[in-house]
Design a protein around this ligand. Structure first.
Ligand code: DGJ
Length: 734
């Protein structure tokens, strides 16, 4: 084993692995400040998970850990079986493996033996452990990577696969990671989804057998289920109690989590790309890198684990995670594709009056031969429509400048409408069957991004817009169709690689765009929230949670996405969905996340407009609290007719409490909201903000000062018996 401090080593990138072939017994300790994942080689030189759980205090205890091979048989023989770190098909383990391969000679087994490992300290907080393993009969190399983030208690793991056989081998399974658990109880929290129904929480106890959570949609891949889950190890894991595993896969395509409870009630969790219709053909010498599986174990409930992931994401994964976010006014909900330059000019003035930073022009601005006036035509022809926009995008950028705001633009570069000049010219650039009738989702087809030429085209579309308009610094990047008619004209007889190579093609494009335009902010959108994964978020600073902006539904959607994603990554807009809810309620709900508007101010009364402008000003002032603070989910909307959340600055000087009454019943008993995250010893002033003009706060504690201890133990009377009512309360240390 070799331990290298990268910070102090200029030669870090050219490390040579120490080869300790068939070492006697190796312990590999992969730790954060709170968690230990301990791997151990067995006498058979294979690698096993010896421990995963709360960090062991005494280093010497590690030597006591067993390697999880089966106990001796009645004849005294010991069969190595179970808890192997990266088990392969055809081994002695009869449950689902992490990896499956067909070698050139048709053999479908592989046994992996530990060869060496090294540990690289990237800095004081981040450490990478790299473990090399190989088959002894075939030239197959597997490298396991574990990256730990000590303070945030996060572990990322991924795997590299390569071989030196004569011809391509077929990878039948290629998980990112496999973890084992031993507990009397496993309760899975998963999130089903659909358009406007994102992040719907379902829980179930896992018993003997297999539970698979996967998608097969290719692009818009999370439309039916999201790539994240939680696993509770006690009857009830709550926000502040219980041990819980959070797991998520950084992959914008088909993913699969397999939870298998075996015959002795041990649980295996296998996470990775979904190998569905993807027996990947890997050339000799090529390295197949799996996506990152990111996980944390929380020992004090869901809330702390969420905050750990939020901290990690802001610091290490989310594009511009520590940077600012801009507020905006979008036109989609109000105008659809029916607008022209004059109308957009008026929107820009409205945006200025509202006080937001930017006007965002949505779908419908492009295509001339087949104008984009509805979703049936034009995708692929990214020239501004001359009738709607005679002065093109530069004209709009200028108009925005004159109005004193910034300008952002919607694009959907991965798609094509058959009714487009692009399709007429390059029908072979679309994924579609050569010999069957085509079927469509939203009248469009997915471009074949496994084809480098098509990647160049898609990059070129965005590059042209951004290079011609240097003042355009925001894009909404949409993706409205799953892959239909699965056939790549480019890959021909290598269709097995389509789903994987397509997603890699998307990353190539995104990397080129973000490398060339690092300051352009991009919103990840996919017909609402059907893209929301941590590999994608390396290129996007925020994502659009849902087209469903009904504030009541949004309270649930935001509650659930916030389990995994920091508040600053979650875009939430005020719209005219659910007009029974007041504009205040709609705004207060959006203000929980990154506030924006998608509504014509002309719909609003003067008082309502004034309220919105004041809310924008409040939001901007409170950005350090709302976007950078710790997020506490205080009262769940699943538990009754109310919900409340809090954002608290790291120095505990300032907080916001947002309390929402959904549908309270007649004379319902109202409980005070007990705050969290404050300093019990300090005193805080409580002040309700976001009040409609001419109204006064009815909060009994308004404008009074309390200790943090009081606010956390006694609480505030922030709920009411009024339906769809809300309060935004600013809490400031005195
Ligand atoms: C789906 C997005 O979620 C909407 O916000 C909007 O941009 C439309 N696409 C435009 O086609």
């Amino acid at each position: 084993m070799r331990h290298i401090n990268i910070k102090n080593s200029l030669t870090a990138l050219s490390l040579v692995f120490v080869s300790s072939v068939y070492a006697q017994e190796e312990f590999i300790r992969i730790s954060t400040d709170q968690t230990d994942l301990i791997l151990k080689t067995a006498p058979n030189k294979r690698l096993y998970q010896a421990y995963l759980g709360e960090r062991l205090i005494n280093d010497s205890d590690i030597n006591e850990l067993p390697h999880y091979i089966a106990r001796p048989g009645s004849d005294g023989s010991v069969t190595p079986r179970g808890w192997e770190v990266y088990p392969v098909s055809g081994g002695e383990d009869f449950f689902d493996p992490a990896f499956g391969i067909t070698h050139n000679d048709g053999n479908m087994t592989s046994y992996l033996y530990y060869r060496s490992h090294e540990v690289n300290d990237i800095d004081d907080n981040v450490r990478e452990t790299i473990i090399k393993m190989a088959d002894d009969k075939y030239p197959l190399d597997i490298t396991l990577h574990y990256m730990t983030f000590a303070k945030e208690n996060i572990i990322k793991s991924w795997t590299e696969i390569s071989h030196g056989e004569k011809k391509t081998v077929t990878l039948n399974q290629y998980a990112s990671s496999m973890l084992y658990f031993e507990s009397p109880k496993y309760v899975l929290h998963e999130y089903s989804s659909d358009h406007s129904q994102e992040a719907k929480l379902q829980t179930q106890e896992l018993k003997f057998g297999k539970k698979v959570v996967d998608t097969k949609l290719g692009s818009r891949a999370a439309m039916f289920t999201h790539p994240f889950f939680q696993l509770g190890f006690t009857d009830e894991v709550t926000e502040n109690h219980g041990k819980v595993l959070f797991g998520t896969l950084g992959w914008t395509g088909n993913f699969r989590f397999t939870f298998e409870v075996d015959n002795v009630n041990n649980l295996r969790v296998i996470s990775g790309i979904n190998p569905y219709a993807s027996n990947y053909e890997l050339k000799p010498g090529e390295v197949f890198t799996t996506p990152e599986f990111i996980f944390t174990l929380g020992y004090n409930g869901i809330g702390q684990a969420s905050r750990d992931i939020h901290d990690w994401a802001r610091k290490y994964q989310l594009k511009d995670g520590m940077g600012d976010r801009r507020t905006l006014l979008n036109n989609w909900e109000a105008t659809g594709m029916d607008f022209d330059e004059k109308i957009l000019g008026e929107w820009m003035v409205e945006a200025k009056n509202l006080g937001v930073d930017m006007f965002l022009l949505d779908d419908g601005w492009f295509a001339n031969k087949y104008p984009r006036n509805d979703d049936k035509a034009g995708l692929g022809d990214w020239e501004p429509n001359r009738e709607k926009l005679p002065n093109g995008i530069p004209g709009l950028v200028d108009a925005a400048k004159k109005a004193g705001i910034e300008f952002g633009l919607w694009v959907e570069p991965e798609m094509v409408n058959p009714k487009s000049e692009l399709f007429e010219k390059h029908p072979d650039w679309a994924i579609r069957q050569p010999n069957r009738d085509t079927y469509y989702y939203r009248d469009q087809l997915v471009l074949d991004l496994s084809n480098p030429k098509v990647q160049d085209y898609a990059f070129g579309v965005v590059d042209k817009i951004l290079s011609e308009n240097p003042d355009l610094t925001y894009l909404k990047w949409d993706c409205n169709s799953p892959i239909t008619n699965i056939y790549s004209p480019y890959l021909k007889n290598k269709q097995n690689n389509l789903y994987v190579d397509h997603v890699r093609g998307i990353y190539n494009i995104l990397k080129r765009v973000t490398d060339k335009y690092p300051d352009v902010e991009i919103m990840m959108c996919s017909g609402g929230g059907a893209r929301c994964d941590y590999e994608g978020l390396k290129y996007f600073g925020e994502f659009w949670c849902s087209d469903n902006t009904d504030p009541v539904d949004r309270l649930f959607i935001q509650w659930n996405f916030s389990q995994y994603f920091p508040i600053k990554a979650m875009a939430a807009h005020v719209t005219s969905w659910n007009k029974d809810a007041s504009i205040k309620f709609r705004t207060d709900v959006a203000m929980m996340c990154k506030l924006g508007f998608d509504i014509s101010l002309k719909e609003l009364t003067a008082d309502e407009q004034q309220f919105c402008a004041e809310a924008v000003a409040n939001f901007k002032r409170l950005k350090p609290v709302i976007l950078e603070g710790d997020f506490y989910r205080l009262v769940s909307p699943y538990d009754g007719n109310h919900t409340a959340v809090m954002h608290v600055t790291k120095d505990q000087n300032k907080a916001t409490l947002m309390a929402y009454d959904i549908f309270p019943g007649f004379k319902e008993k109202l409980y005070p909201v007990k705050l969290q995250g404050l300093d019990p010893a300090r005193r805080y002033r409580v002040k309700e903000i976001n009040l409609m003009p001419g109204t006064e706060s009815v909060l009994p504690e308004n404008n009074k000062v309390y200790s943090g201890d009081y606010l956390m133990k006694v609480g505030l009377d922030a709920f009411s018996a009024t339906r769809m009512n809300s309060k935004v309360i600013e809490i400031t240390v005195e």
